[in-house]
Design a protein around this ligand. Structure first.
Ligand SMILES: NC(=O)N[C@@H](CC(=O)O)C(=O)O
Ligand SMILES: [Zn+2]
Ligand SMILES: [Zn+2]
Length: 423
């Protein structure tokens, strides 16, 4: 089977080049200015962007347990629509895949239902809520690509310390939702002027930063690769910057919503602006942008957290935390960060492909290389379109960006040389 992509504006070796790309048996086999093959299926990319398939290390699909919010099928089809070919699925499903049997069952479900590459996180502790560690070594052997208690975090310092030591010993990765529950204050929004204005209980910034400081000390001691999920505060970015300068093995991600919105954008009691961590102040948002520009923030991750409409239309006090994000991430980042000159297109693509792949040792993802599986996405950077609720493939349409006009629509997405999304 041969597939020839003509007239690509290809992101290749950190540069954009105009060329043709040949794919044979699902792998990249030739990249050249002009390729002529008589027996290939031809796709004219029309000098649209051709990027390695986007990589997102932080998504929530809800299967098993809450398939009314999302299934692996709808989640991965939505991912393909967003240009993603590899995602890391968080383990806060029901049941939590916290032993060999449940983990293998989860992997089977993922394989049977995914149209892209779905990598599976294992939890760090039983049920994600106890202090008792899972069998880290066994779950890694069974294919856990990293460990995380996302959604809950790890309150007990000893559990965290032991988990880090064991994850370091096998060379895996620990991704942390940093939030001290004891400082959470039953909050539903950032603590500050917006929580006062709307009369809602606020989540203090120290809930994030105090636990992050603890973890950085433990990461230094154990040498583990420690990855900070959805960083949201100025002080958090500063802590990561200092830790990196001190040689601690820490990386971090930021989500499109924390980079683009602040609590000042919450004008009404609309829970499409409710997520955890919450939208912070404009000062925090700017610090995140600075962290993206100077490399303190290593990657963009969506924290795609779909919920049903009935779970999101009850105002801040009662609605679920989280927003859908996998279908709007690239266009939002491209329109609001690249077109405005805040970062370059090459920088954005690295943040969404090569960086996450390298940092999480995903050898088959994030770059276009000869011999590599042909996972790539064709993206139209020229035509503006509107983010519409009716265009989501995800079951979750809980987005604060509906109605925004953006550039960067996915034209086609390919996994192993097969088209898995076409506009
Ligand atoms: N981000 C959220 O607000 N919610 C996530 C959990 C999480 O990422 O902490 C979810 O699973 O819904
Ligand atoms: Zn989280
Ligand atoms: Zn999450």
């Amino acid at each position: 089977m041969k597939l020839l992509i003509k007239n690509a504006k290809l992101f290749y070796a950190n540069k954009l080049i105009n060329c043709d790309v040949l794919i044979e048996d699902g792998k990249f086999t030739k990249i050249a200015e002009h390729i002529l093959v008589s027996d290939a299926q031809v796709v004219d990319a029309k000098f649209n962007l051709v990027t390695p398939g986007l990589v997102d290390v932080h998504v929530h699909f809800r299967e098993p347990g809450q398939v009314h919010k999302e299934t692996i099928k709808t989640g991965t089809e939505a991912s393909a629509h967003g240009g993603f070919t590899t995602v890391g699925a968080m383990p806060n499903v029901t049941p939590v895949p916290d032993n060999a049997e449940k983990f293998l069952q989860q992997i089977k479900l993922n394989q049977a239902n995914s149209v892209i590459n779905t990598l599976q996180y294992a939890p760090v502790t039983l049920d994600e809520t106890s202090d008792q560690l899972v069998d880290i070594e066994k779950l890694a052997k069974l294919g856990a690509f990293a460990f995380s208690n996302d959604g809950h975090g790890i309150m007990n310092a000893q559990s965290m310390f032991m988990a880090m030591a064991r994850i370091a010993a096998i060379g895996s990765h620990l991704a942390a939702h940093v939030e001290d529950k004891n400082l959470f204050n039953k909050g539903v929004i950032n603590f500050g002027s917006a929580s006062q204005r709307l009369g809602l209980p606020g989540i203090q910034q120290v809930a994030e930063t105090s636990q992050l400081a603890r973890d950085l000390v433990l990461a230094k001691e154990t040498g583990v690769h420690y990855h900070v999920c959805h960083i949201s505060t100025k002080d958090g970015v500063e802590l990561v910057r200092m830790a990196k300068d001190a040689g601690i093995n820490v990386t971090c991600e930021a989500s499109p919503h924390h980079l683009l919105l602040s609590d000042q954008d919450i004008l009404t009691d609309d829970a499409n602006f409710k997520m955890n961590p919450p939208l912070r102040s404009e000062t925090d948002r700017r610090a995140l942008i600075a962290g993206l520009q100077d490399g303190t923030i290593d990657m963009i991750a969506t924290d795609h957290a779909p919920h049903a409409e009935s779970e999101k239309n009850q105002g801040f006090a009662k609605s679920a935390f989280g927003i859908t994000g996998i279908e709007t991430s690239f266009p939002l980042m491209y329109t609001k960060l690249v077109k405005t000159g805040i970062i370059s297109l090459e920088e954005l693509l690295a943040l969404m492909t090569e960086n996450p792949a390298k940092i999480f040792d995903l050898k088959q993802a994030g770059v276009i290389k000869l011999g590599q599986p042909a996972d790539f996405t064709i993206i139209n950077l020229d035509d503006e379109y509107e983010i519409k609720q009716t265009d989501f493939i995800s079951k979750g349409t809980n987005s604060p960006f509906i109605g925004d006009k953006v550039f960067g629509e996915t034209v086609q997405t390919y996994v192993n040389g097969e088209c898995v999304y076409s506009k």
